[in-house]
Design a protein around this ligand. Sequence first.
Ligand code: ADE
Ligand code: ZN
Length: 331
Amino acid sequence: MPLPKAELHLHIEGTLEPELAFELAARNGVTLPYPDTEQLREAYAFDDLQSFLNLYYELMAVLITEQDFEALADAYLTRAAAQGVRHAEIFFDPQAHLARGVSMETVVEGLWRALSRSEETHGVSTRLILCFLRDQSARSALETLAAAKPYLDRITGVGLDSAEVGHPPAKFREVYEQAAALGLRRVAHAGEEGPPEYITEALDVLGVERVDHGLRCVEDPALVARLVRDRTPLTLCPLSNVRLRTVDTLADHPLPAMLEAGLMCTVNSDDPAYFGGYAGDNFDAVRTALGLTDDRLRELARNSFLASFLEDEEELRTRYLAEVEAYVFPA
Ligand code: ADE
Ligand code: ZN
């Protein structure tokens, strides 16, 4: 039995496995620019975030109907459950779909078909987080939030993703103010490729409650002290960092030093179909490469539930935390 955990940094479009991409392409009459799954997988050698994003957006062409989004989410939840994920807070990128003529309704209702029965089917509770693409305009983000208004009963929060450098958080001040006024929780990617100043700006200007990645905080001791003091959760994605060359190898990942410094770290999978593993694979990889003790792994699992947006279901959080404490690591 795997360690129970919450997944807090997961792009649903990044769970599109090559086999499902080809299946949906055939169903929808879409031609992919790769002859088969094997050659598609060979394209998964990335130099940086942008080189990954190019493929990530290209493959989304196969996602057209509610049924497609449902199949995508169901496939993810099946895999996540098998790796001990008990709760998943799932990002989606509506602008990437709206731009292709796929409506907000299709995306949200399709995902919701799978999410609404997930506790029953997979034993995984879920939340949805709408992400704005930071390399698009602030106006486009405002229009996207407006388009999401009929679906806010299904959406817990907003996030900020896509190409980071050159697109600082402050660009999205207004849309985050509106999201806060609508009662939405706020997170943002910051300090993945971008500088530590973007993390500070996400906290100060956007009022985020968690920082996605936040890896480059280690370059700014005052920022680390602030994050430790405020117990601001960081949703780290170790295998993603290796594949996007943010760190050279997993053995060089600063996770142990970050835990030692008292940062509230969590371990997540980001885009597992592209980066070589789901949440449990990330836990296994850091345990092996970084020699994390069972106590540290338990701390990471505990943090994931403490950092989750389960305020409206505290009894569920309490149950998950009890599962973490009761977990017996295999000898
Ligand atoms: N969109 C999907 N994965 C992402 C990542 N790791 N960083 C920024 N945007 C993303
Ligand atoms: Zn991400």
